[in-house]
Design a binder for this molecule. Structure first.
Ligand code: ZN
Length: 452
């Protein structure tokens, strides 16, 4: 039996059973007539139907193959495209941003450091279905070496305290652990080993450990391409800069890309892909920060979705003076961008998994909007639009260990986005969000946008 007939058979069989008890249970909604990109990478399904019951997808198929039980509410979205809900796998969620994520089609976020009480409260409220919010996967407070970069991090000084920090986070119920720049290989090894006991994945923003060492220790994901220059070029000057403080380390790291050897980078991409580590490159962060000296960037229309008091709270000039960036630094950041793209392309070609992440709501990174920038930048780096969509849906769900998310299939969570333009023709069309469904709740994007 071919895969297509198997799908049709199971859909028909499923509906026969459901037909008998159509009067009970939550109501059904069917989105009718769109071209469906189910996220599995196959050919788009034209004149498709997505049938949803409660918060679960019940059937996906061509119109003539999906029987609609009596009482199903039909919504005509012909001429549209439907994709799985988008996932931002590197976020720092703020309460004001929750409905923005939804309006931009981001139905799941992975929060990689936050104030633990508030992020757990937001995550639980989202799971209970209250208000407009994406699903939130939580790391709680990140683990850092001493002195910790941020006072809100958990500082560890030896392998014993590193393991204890993981134990405490595990008891608190985190979905993942986030390790930060001051973790040495010795401390990171203890973190990863302890987290493995609880089967909790570890995401890292590296400073004092290079990317290949971290990957071999078994981290699940590397954020911001951190530790890559340290593994591809001369590590010692970069480690020394990371020792000098966060901004010294970040600046040296970001400037080093322009000096790297492309052959060494491509070789490293292959070695990293072999370890099965996932890359969350956050190209949006690299791109936006490399342009922070350009005042015209404040005219970005997406910024209108950010409340005025939040834009002020970003304190961009103060951040720039803290970082101490000169015009020469910005020039070097911009020279390094093509090398980051080259690495992303080589990692993809070597079979590595790339996942979208943005670092919103850091300075000028707009929650929700920056996910679309990331998709666009991934295509700019050499991914096809279909591959970029996979990075923002299916592959991100794999990183989360969430097998109910990331694709549109019977039995999966009813998280999806309706677009008015074809994202495979131009990846920027992912911005043409008209409706969003999260946990089966269908929302007109304009009804949220009209409130800001
Ligand atoms: Zn971050």
């Amino acid at each position: 039996m071919t895969r297509a007939t198997a799908t049709v058979a199971s859909v028909v069989f499923g509906l026969t059973l459901l037909g008998a008890c159509a009067e009970q249970g939550p109501p059904r909604t069917a989105l009718m007539g769109a071209t469906i990109l189910d996220g599995r990478g196959g050919t788009p399904l034209r004149d498709g139907v997505v049938l949803v019951r409660g918060s679960t997808i019940e059937a996906v198929g061509q119109r003539e193959n999906v029987l609609l039980p009596r009482g199903t509410k039909q919504i005509d979205v012909s001429g549209s495209w439907i994709i799985p809900g988008l996932i931002d796998a590197h976020a720092h969620v703020a309460r004001w941003a929750l409905d923005r994520y939804v309006a931009y089609g981001v139905t799941t976020v992975r929060d990689v450091h936050n104030e633990p009480d508030s992020i757990f409260a937001m995550s639980e409220a989202a799971d209970l279905g209250g208000g407009l919010s994406p699903r939130i996967y939580v790391a709680g407070a990140m683990i850092d070496g001493a002195p910790a970069t941020y006072p809100s991090a958990t500082e560890v000084t030896d392998t014993r305290s590193a393991r204890q920090a993981v134990d405490r986070l595990s008891v608190a119920g985190v979905h993942l652990i986030k390790g930060y720049t001051r973790l040495t290989p010795e401390l990171l090894e203890a973190v990863v080993d302890e987290a493995r006991t609880f089967r909790i994945p570890v995401a890292v923003h590296l400073g004092l450990t290079d990317a290949l060492t971290a990957s071999k220790l078994g981290v699940a994901s590397i954020e911001h391409l951190s530790g890559v220059p340290e593994a591809a070029g001369r590590a010692d000057p970069l480690f020394a800069a990371h020792q000098n403080g966060f901004w010294a380390g970040w600046t040296a790291f970001e400037k080093s890309w322009a000096t790297l050897d492309s052959v060494a980078l491509i070789r490293l991409a292959g070695q990293l892909a072999e370890t099965k580590v996932t890359m969350v490159p956050t190209l949006a962060l690299h791109e936006v920060f490399s342009q922070l000296d350009d005042t015209t960037s404040t005219t970005d229309p997406d910024l209108l979705s950010v409340p005025a008091n939040q834009r002020t709270a970003w304190k961009v000039p103060e951040m720039l003076s803290r970082a101490g960036w000169t015009p020469a630094d910005f020039a070097a950041f911009r020279r390094g961008r093509p090398m980051q793209d080259l690495f992303v392309r080589a990692f993809r070609q070597a079979g590595g998994r790339i996942v979208t992440g943005t670092d919103a709501a850091n300075q000028m990174l707009v929650p929700g909007a920056s996910e679309h920038l990331e998709l666009e930048l991934l295509v700019g780096a050499g991914l096809t639009p279909a591959e970029a969509l996979g990075a923002g849906t299916r592959d991100a769900a794999t990183l989360l260990g969430a097998d109910s998310l990331g694709t549109l299939e019977p039995g999966k969570a009813a998280d999806l986005v309706v677009l008015s333009r074809d994202p495979l023709a131009d990846i920027r069309n992912t911005r043409s969000v008209t409706r969003v469904m999260v946990r089966g709740q269908l929302i007109l994007a304009d009804s949220i946008r009209n409130r800001w």
